[in-house]
Write a protein that binds this ligand. Structure first.
Ligand SMILES: [Zn+2]
Length: 217
């Protein structure tokens, strides 16, 4: 991993990928760059930091979801555009407050206690590319029990000529067992690729990930 020419090291920082994957504290030592991303020598990733107010809600998410966020927000290549986590919310309160999430973790509950979860990510600074992940506790069970799709056809996505950040995210979603179930190119400039995990087991259930981007025409 080499340091990008336009980025300078600001100071020591905790590796966000190490936080998401529960690495030991000693293995989370990283450096924050002037572009706001964190470089970790130990896990060899460059990743956007997790906004402070989202740390407790993220800590309450199931490990499968934390792993997906780790994959979407990091890269082993400095020049690869990645997403940043921008919101974690549930259907009852819209925003999981830190105290409640921490209390749930203290009581040994997993993310499933928060029903109708929505997780939002964007590529800074303009958010021309976004991802919204949504699921209920039932969807989570369906997704975890479902077999991986044998083959995922991404041709409708590649035909829509998405930016590099979206292609990387699509690859991560497929690696995590998601299938591309719908590609919407009907909008003037908005493109929406809908991915789902668990689709094969129960067609209208499973974890849904909507990847949106503004097409450059
Ligand atoms: Zn790390």
């Amino acid at each position: 991993m080499t340091e990008s020419k336009t980025t300078t090291i600001v100071g020591p920082w905790e590796c966000p990928t190490g936080f998401l994957r529960n690495h030991d504290g000693d293995e989370r030592r990283a450096f924050r760059g002037s572009d706001g991303r964190v470089s970790c020598v130990i896990c060899a990733t460059v990743a956007y930091d997790i906004p402070r107010e989202l740390r407790a809600p993220v800590a309450a998410l199931p490990m499968s979801m934390r792993e997906l966020i780790a994959c979407l927000t990091s890269s082993s290549m400095v020049d690869m555009p990645t997403f940043q986590l921008s919101a974690v919310a549930d259907g009852r309160t819209e925003k999981i407050d830190s105290d409640r999430a921490a209390a749930a973790v203290a009581h040994g509950f997993d993310g499933a206690v928060f029903d109708n979860v929505r997780i939002a990510l964007r590529v800074p600074p303009y958010a021309f590319e976004t991802i919204e992940i949504s699921y209920s506790s039932e969807d989570l069970k369906v997704a975890e029990a479902a077999p991986r799709p044998a083959h995922v056809d991404l041709s409708s996505l590649t035909d829509a000529r998405p930016p590099q950040s979206v292609m990387k995210a699509a690859g991560e979603l497929v690696t995590q067992g998601y299938d591309l179930i719908h590609m919407d190119t009907s909008g003037a400039t908005m493109r929406v690729a809908t991915f789902r995990k668990g689709q094969a087991a129960a067609p209208s259930h499973g974890i849904t990930a909507r990847v949106r981007w503004i097409a450059s025409i």
